[in-house]
Structures are given as C-alpha cells and as structure tokens.
Design a protein around this ligand. Structure first.
Ligand code: SF4
Length: 384
C-alpha cells in the first residue's frame, strides 16, 4: 500500500496560469524561444526606460541566442540602444499611444506606415514591455495587423487575441526592471540574466568624450562631479537655484563641476552654472548620450533628478545622489546598481504622476547643503 502523501494540490511547475487568473492568461504557451530568429522588442519610451530594459534584453538574448533583436523605440529611447549590445537594430517611432496632452487629429496614414514598418521586419515574435500604467494592447494591435505571429505582453485587462501570450501583470509597485523580467519569466524565457543595469560604452565615445571635456576647458583627469538638472517634466526637476547652490558647495570642496544637459536644456544648464560661479561649467548639447555615459563612468560623483541621467549614472556605476520627486513611487524606478543616495521628502500627495506640481513642490524641499554633503560623502567613499 502506498504511503499517504501530505502534498497539497497546486499549480504545475513551470510557466502557466495560476488559480485566480483569467482562463485566457498564458494560453499561448509553451513558446520555443530558442527557435526564434527575428524578434521585435517594443518599448517606445524615454532613454531611462530603455536602460532599465537591459536585464530583460540580456535574458532574451540568452533565451533566443540566434535571434535578431530589434527595438521599437522613441527617438530618445533609440539613443540609449547604442549602449545595449543585445540590440541588433532600432525601429524609431513616436506612436500615437505614447503621446501625452491634448490629442491631435487622427493620422491614419501614420498608423498604417507604422504597421508597414513592423511588417517589413518579418518578425517571428514581438515582446511588448510596458510600465504599470501602460497598456500593451495598442502595440499588440499594430503587431497583429503587421502579421507578427507571436505577440507576448502583460496586462491586467483582457484584450482578446491581440496577444498570443498574455501574462498577468505583477503588482504595480514592482520595480520596472523586475516587471520586465516578470514578463519573460512567466512566458517561459528562462531565468533572468541578473537584475542589475549594465551598459557597454562604445570605444569611440570613450575616446571622444575627453576631447569634448578639454574643448570646454575641463581636465578629464581631475576629479569632477556631473550635475544633470534636467528631467522629462517640471514636477521632477529640483529648483535650479538649489542646484546652483549645491554646485557651488561641490566646487568649493575642490571638485570641478560639469552641469550637463541636452541642447533643449541649454537655458536650464546655463542658468544653473551661471548662478553657481567659478569652477562650475555649462555643457549643454555638447555630449552625445554615449559620450555622457563615458563622462559619467569616470566621474567622482553625479547628482541628478529622477531622469534618464539617473539610470545612466546607475548603469555605469557612478556614485549617485538622486533627487527623487514624489511623482512616482521610489521603489518602481530607484537606482539599484551603483552606490546611491536617494533624497526625497515624503508627502501625502505622492505618487501624484503630475507633470507640474500643483502645490509648492514639497517633495523636493531638500536643502543644497544636504545634497552636497551626500555627494561629498559618496566621493570620499569612492576615493577610499
Ligand atoms: S509635492 Fe506632491 S503634487 Fe507636488 S510634485 Fe511632489 S508629490 Fe507631486
């Protein structure tokens, strides 16, 4: 007679639906990842979001070693792809479902052109990555219309056959890196290849970045701090006058301070550097994203808002002070790969998701001397 078993019934090992999930979830499994040859990775977001996709791209590369991995990205996100060696090529677009603000008149020709662009890639599969507040169904529909046979994404809501493998979303508070890995794990792409951010800075950028610094009057071998006062929306930006005061304190402590931004951030960069005074230099529109990665890689310390620059500093392991507005939950986007000090003032209104603060920006009511002390503490630890 067989011994009585204490085992309780449960879900089978490996990917598949679990009790309480929609019966349509994970219906397309199992996927033969290793057989894929042309995969479209969809993440048409900002550069920081693409950098946070790095661990998922490494995992995909391991699961589908023979596949070409193309990234459908926004113009800003595509620039970050140059730092991720797993990406074979980019399809650059600004899709309608990613536009914020007042909707313009529909442009069917643009939508058809996007479908044509995807169809021309003859992809075996599309993997659709989204943040907790985004839906995979619009890009899934584009891929469906483009004839992509496998469409893998995650959602809380049902969207019919548009996803061939529909993975239920994790909890909203999960970090964006882990959220992307959750999709791959539940879709059977195997274990993650680490969850830390990593980039490969192109040799050309490592070579050209010091020339850019010298042309700006900076000795690339002297200790320097990189300050990035920009962010994608006003509610995430610490006050320029406070940035300037923190820069002054860092310069007085003996660091050369580089205030860096894109050409579009020129006014902000010059305002901060100009108010800070001697030893603080404005570098707006002078460095490409790959050169900025090289500059950050050699920096003594970086000071940023919650921005793409924060994720880039994290990925190149620059000691980092991050001024983190209450617009988002810190746990969803926090730096995780470098020595970092995250500064934030808890408020009842967080997470507000606002582009502009309707109050007095209490969540970033942080004194410049606190920021400078945190930065100098990290710089000392790095030197030690
Ligand atoms: S103070 Fe509140 S509303 Fe204003 S940006 Fe911060 S979290 Fe948002």
């Amino acid at each position: 007679m067989a011994a009585p078993s204490n085992a309780t019934p449960g879900p089978p090992a490996g990917p598949g639906p679990v009790l309480g999930e929609h019966p349509g979830a994970l219906a397309g499994l199992p996927l033969d990842w290793a057989a894929l040859r042309r995969v479209l990775v969809v993440r048409p977001d900002n550069a920081g979001d693409v950098l946070m996709l790095g661990p998922a791209l490494r995992t995909l590369r391991r699961a589908a070693p023979e596949a070409r991995l193309d990234l459908l990205a926004s113009p800003g996100g595509a620039a970050a792809a140059a730092l991720l060696p797993e990406v074979s090529g980019t399809l650059v677009t600004s899709p309608s479902w990613q536009r914020a603000g007042v909707a313009p008149a529909p442009d069917p020709a643009a939508e058809h052109a996007l479908v044509g662009l995807v169809a021309a890639g003859r992809y075996d599969a599309a993997v659709l990555f989204t943040s907790f507040s985004q839906s995979p169904w619009p890009p899934a529909y584009v891929c469906w219309l483009a004839g992509v046979p496998l469409r893998v994404g995650m959602s809380k809501e049902f969207g019919g056959a548009l996803l061939s493998t529909w993975v239920p979303s994790p909890e909203d508070g999960v970090h964006q890196v882990d959220r992307a890995l959750h999709l791959l794990e539940r879709a059977g792409a195997g274990p993650a290849d680490g969850a830390d951010l990593r980039v490969r800075v192109p040799a050309a950028a490592v070579e050209s970045a010091p020339h850019v610094l010298r042309a700006a009057g900076v000795d690339p071998h002297a200790p320097y701090a990189v300050v990035l006062p920009g962010a994608s929306c006003a509610s995430r930006r610490w006050e320029p006058a406070r940035f300037a005061a923190a820069c002054r304190l860092l310069a007085d402590a003996g660091l050369t301070v580089l205030v860096v931004g894109t050409d579009g951030e020129r006014e902000l960069v010059e305002q901060v550097a100009g108010a800070a005074g001697p030893g603080v230099l404005a570098l707006a529109g002078r460095l490409s994203l790959t050169e900025l990665a090289a500059v950050l890689q050699a920096a003594t310390v970086a000071v940023t808002n919650n921005s793409g620059g924060m994720h880039l500093a994290d990925a190149v392991r620059a000691p980092l002070v991050a001024l983190f507005a209450g617009t988002e939950e810190i746990g969803q986007y926090a730096p995780r790969s470098t020595s970092a000090t995250v500064l934030n003032r808890p408020t009842a209104c967080t997470p507000c998701r606002a582009f502009r603060c309707p109050y007095a920006h209490e969540c970033l009511d942080i004194a410049p001397d606190q920021v400078a002390a945190a930065a100098l503490g990290l710089a000392e630890r790095r030197a030690a």
